[in-house]
Ligand binder design. Structure first.
Ligand SMILES: *Cc1c(COP(=O)(O)O)cnc(C)c1O
Length: 411
């Protein structure tokens, strides 16, 4: 098996397993899919990468090359970006409970836009900006009452979300008051993010109508940030909408809504995370012991929930192959289990694979988002290495953690 013309078995020999592998051309194609089609004649557009999906230097470098901005949700993510040389004015800082220290860090490092999540944050930021004598641009995260965390979306659900402000609420009015009177805060527009792994474009339409209506009554055209959440293919149960169609639909919907409501905006932004990196990523494991129980057959792998928590956390499903046996008969129904001391540490359950032997390589697909970024040292597992492959070349971009690194902070 090859990825971008690099033999997967060679990668195992060079870097060991478990190993995260990314196809760089695939990442770039995904980025171009948004960059080329998320465009309008009516307003400016900007594409952000929601870096929590994979916040590492090498990916941030690719964002720089592609002129993609960054969505960061912590000081750690901002720090990684700045240390990579990323222009902080292109960073949007999110989060429902940014601490005073977080906000101070963002102001002192000239982060471009702070996406404020609630009234108290706006109050604290205003005081802080004033005491540090800094000017800051803010967007306001809105709870638009459209919830699309599943395959279905529900309008007016979830008014009690921990994220965002309800339009026209008491808090909203107080925030406007602060903004109008603030010497340090410049309000530039509204943000919303309605869920993840969304396949229903109607959810985006319902949301666009609300967000456009929020822009009425301001004396300058605002910016609207539509968040991320565009679905990807994990297994054949998922049918994602191609980026060009997602992009065009979002643009058309907003253009039509603006016309219908007679509103103008300055800029439209999106911040996909998962859909940029998920399908470009693979995880490679070595199969150890194989065990048969009365009702099951297990293939044990040398990783598990420490490098991919999603099956345990959300019952996420994945496809897999035994490397070199892709075309063999898949006549074993197996459960792929990790090596952690948790019965729930199963990567794939009751899944058809060919007969395997100890030492075979197992590869899981679409592990590029929220795999490494949610990895842990549970059981003192070492965080795997990440290798980027491109046109027959491989490049180690994160080396495997060492045993000494595992204990270096312990006193
Ligand atoms: C997580 C998140 C995203 C990205 O979501 P994906 O499903 O990875 O596209 C974008 N914006 C905000 C505010 C988020 O919290």
């Amino acid at each position: 098996m090859k990825i971008s013309n690099v033999d997967v078995k060679t990668l195992k020999e060079k870097y060991g397993t478990p190993l995260y592998i990314y196809d760089v051309n695939h990442i770039k194609r995904n980025m171009d899919g948004y960059l080329n089609y998320f465009k309008s004649n009516e307003f400016k557009t900007e594409v952000l990468f929601a870096s929590k999906a994979l916040n590492i230097k090498e990916l941030i470098r690719i964002c720089m090359e592609k002129k993609i901005s960054l969505d960061c949700v912590s000081v750690g993510e901002i720090y990684t970006a700045i240390k990579t040389g990323f222009n902080p004015s292109k960073i949007y800082f999110h989060g429902n409970n940014k601490t005073i220290e977080d906000l101070k860090f963002a102001l002192n490092n000239n982060v471009g836009v702070i996406v404020c999540d609630n009234l108290m944050e706006v109050e604290c930021l205003n005081d802080l900006a004033s005491s540090l004598n800094k000017n800051v641009k803010i967007m306001l995260r809105m709870n638009v009452g459209v919830d699309a965390h599943t395959h279905k979306f529900i309008v007016t659900a979830h008014i009690d979300s921990k994220f965002g402000v309800l339009y026209d609420s008491i808090d909203y009015k107080k925030i406007l008051d602060i903004i109008i009177n603030s010497k340090n805060i410049e309000f530039i527009g509204f943000h919303s993010h309605i869920g993840s792994q969304i396949f229903d474009l109607n959810a985006f339409k319902a949301r666009a109508e609300k967000m456009v209506s929020y822009c009425k009554g301001f004396d300058k055209p605002l910016e609207l940030n539509l968040g991320g959440g565009y679905g990807v293919h994990y297994t054949d149960a998922d049918s994602p909408i191609p980026f060009d169609i997602v992009s065009k639909t979002l643009i058309n919907t907003v253009e039509e809504t603006l016309k219908a409501q007679n509103v103008k905006i300055k800029k439209l932004l999106i911040e996909p995370g998962r859909s940029i990196v998920a399908e470009a990523g693979y995880t490679l494991y070595t199969i150890g012991y194989i065990k048969k129980t009365p009702n099951k057959e297990y293939y044990f792998i040398d990783g598990g929930m420490t490098d991919n928590i999603r099956p345990a956390l959300y019952q996420a499903k994945y496809d897999a192959d035994i490397v070199g046996k892709e075309n063999e008969k898949k006549d074993h129904i197996v459960t792929v289990a990790g090596k952690c001391c948790e019965s729930g540490d199963l990567i794939i359950e009751n899944y058809p694979l060919p007969e395997a032997k100890m030492g075979d390589l197992l590869i899981t697909y679409t592990t590029g988002a929220y795999g490494y970024s949610m990895s842990s040292n549970y059981n003192k597992a070492l965080t795997p290495a990440i290798v980027f492959v491109e046109d027959g070349k491989d490049k180690l971009v994160v080396r495997r953690q060492t045993l000494d690194e595992l204990i270096e902070r312990e006193i």
